[in-house]
Each structure stands twice: as structure tokens, then as C-alpha cells.
Design a protein. Structure first.
Length: 302
């Protein structure tokens, strides 16, 4: 992986994202540029599937940096996210020392709580020096983690350091590029948000979504791509439990291409709704008159 210098302007950031197939609006490119220049974490909030996680992947690939991903979930703790001690290896070391008659407890304690026995999890890995430059740290779906873990992140995101009671403080020689995402299933505390630059990633407008589909689904016809985007945009205006994101748009467009569809019909839409909608109640609502209405809106313009 070749190393690339961070972009020197908003225009260069926009071009960098575009070159990797991420068609961002200028406001998003601006906040990405500022996060890189200011060494500040970037907090991206928005509905699932709008491309928040993809930003970290694109930055990793475009800048030639290692991507370290911490997937958050309920119950995530320090031992899974930051570090833990290799207790079995420590126990073996203690027994070997006892068998050898080594009774220097202070020295033994220092030995078993050394870096050799330290198991580094994603957050600690992100603070290590890297010849390719500071890595991209993706803290994904922080809203799924508990508030206690969110509070623990304050030290990491404020000073780019982790304090281990038995070992000491480990500080990054160069701050990692931090992307924090949230689907807003709960509110993130202001204390953490203040340490970040913030951007709400919204659904793209029809023009941008059409460009994304054409870029990411090669071989799709101009007519079908337009109808797909029209249909999805119309769906988002409905009162569904979960509106489709860009990821679902791309999945659906790919599925239709694999089926050699050339245009949307009630039959092909009904057969492939599972690629677009992920809840049975939403699929059930997209039957009969509702399907015909949305399909008419999607196809009458092409």
C-alpha cells in the first residue's frame, strides 16, 4: 500500500474521495479536510446505509494508511476494545519463577506487567507508531455501546492516549485519523461530541444517488438506473420503519442487473424487494396500490 500525503485543499479532498468512488457533497469533503488538517476526530451521524463507514475505508485506501476498526456493541468493555493482560502466560511465568526460586516479587511484578504480556486491542493498536503514517481508526456505531464505554473514550479522543494502571500511559506519537459513526439509536453525550468535528450524513439527492449507482454498478442501463433512483427516492417519502439507504440502493441495482432487468415492473419489484427493504412490515406495506403508486412515480419520468 503506497503512502499518500493528506489533501491540501477541500477541492483536493473532494477529488480524492471521488477517485475512490465516493461521491460526496462539498460540505462533507470540507469537514473531512478539516479533520485531517486539525488532527480532530470526525463524528459522522446519520441513518444506516448512507455511507458513514465507507468514509473511513476510502481514507485508508486513498492515504495508504492501515484501517483499524472497532465495531461497537452493547456490553463492549476495555478488555475487548483497548487491552487485556495475557493472564495464562503471566501465570506460567509466575510458576516458572517460583520453581526457579526467584523470590524478588517487585521484579516479578514488573516482568509480568510488561509489554510482552500485553494484548493490544483496536484502540491501543491505533496509538502505536506506524511507518506508513498514523492509521485510520474507525469507531463504528458508537450509539450501540454503553455510556460507560463512551465516557472511557474521552481520554482517547482528547489526548490520544490510554492509561493502563499496571503499566503506565501510552500516548500516540502521531494522532490517528479517527472516524466515529452513529446511527442515532441513542444520543451521544456532548462531552464526546465536543472533542470532534461533526457532520450529519443525509440521504443523497436524486442526482447524486444516480451518479453513485452508475459509478458502483457497472453495466446497468441508463433507463434502469434512473428508475431505481426514482423508486428509492419515492420510497423515502413514505412512512416506513426503515427507509433504504444508499447501500440498499446499490444492492437492489446490482440484483436487478444480475436478473437482466431492463426496466422496473410490478413483478420484478415485488420479487426483489428483499434487497431494498429489510423489515417484513415495510415489505407488506409495499403491496397493491402503494406499489403501483410508487412504481408509477418512478417510471413515468423515464
Amino acid at each position: 500500500m503506497s503512502v499518500t500525503a493528506p489533501p491540501a485543499s477541500v477541492d483536493a479532498t473532494l477529488a480524492m474521495l471521488t477517485s475512490r468512488g465516493y461521491l460526496a457533497e462539498r460540505a462533507l469533503a470540507t469537514v473531512v479536510f478539516l479533520a485531517l488538517r486539525m488532527n480532530r476526530p470526525l463524528f459522522l451521524e446519520g441513518e444506516a446505509g448512507v455511507g458513514k463507514t465507507e468514509i473511513a475505508k476510502v481514507l485508508s485506501a486513498a492515504l495508504g494508511r492501515r484501517l483499524i476498526r472497532l465495531q461497537c456493541y452493547e456490553g463492549l468493555d476495555v478488555s475487548s476494545a483497548v487491552y487485556e493482560w495475557n493472564s495464562s502466560a503471566q501465570m506460567i511465568a509466575i510458576r516458572l519463577a517460583e520453581a526457579a526460586g526467584d523470590t524478588d516479587r517487585a521484579q516479578l511484578s514488573s516482568d509480568i506487567f510488561s509489554e510482552h504480556y500485553l494484548i493490544k486491542r483496536p484502540l491501543l493498536q491505533a496509538l502505536e507508531p506506524d511507518m506508513a503514517g498514523a492509521p485510520v481508526l474507525l469507531i463504528d456505531e458508537l450509539d450501540r455501546a454503553d455510556e460507560a464505554f463512551e465516557a472511557y473514550l474521552l481520554e482517547v479522543l482528547s489526548d490520544y492516549q490510554v492509561t493502563i494502571p499496571e503499566f503506565g500511559t501510552i500516548k500516540a506519537p502521531q494522532p490517528p485519523i479517527v472516524i466515529v459513526t452513529s446511527n442515532r439509536t441513542r444520543e451521544i453525550h456532548d462531552a464526546l461530541k465536543r472533542r470532534c468535528l461533526y457532520h450529519w450524513v443525509d440521504y443523497p439527492n436524486a442526482q447524486r444517488e444516480l451518479a453513485i449507482v452508475k459509478s458502483r454498478v457497472p453495466g446497468i442501463s441508463a433507463k434502469l438506473s434512473q428508475q431505481v433512483v426514482n423508486f428509492v427516492q419515492a420510497l423515502r417519502a413514505q412512512d416506513f420503519y426503515k427507509s433504504p439507504g444508499v447501500a440498499e440502493t446499490l444492492d437492489w441495482a446490482t440484483a436487478l442487473t444480475e436478473l437482466d432487468a431492463r426496466a422496473l415492473t410490478a413483478e420484478v419489484v415485488g420479487d426483489t424487494l428483499g434487497a431494498l427493504l429489510k423489515y417484513q412490515d415495510d415489505i407488506t406495506r409495499m403491496q397493491g396500490d402503494t406499489l403501483q403508486k410508487v412504481l408509477k412515480e418512478a417510471t413515468e419520468e423515464t
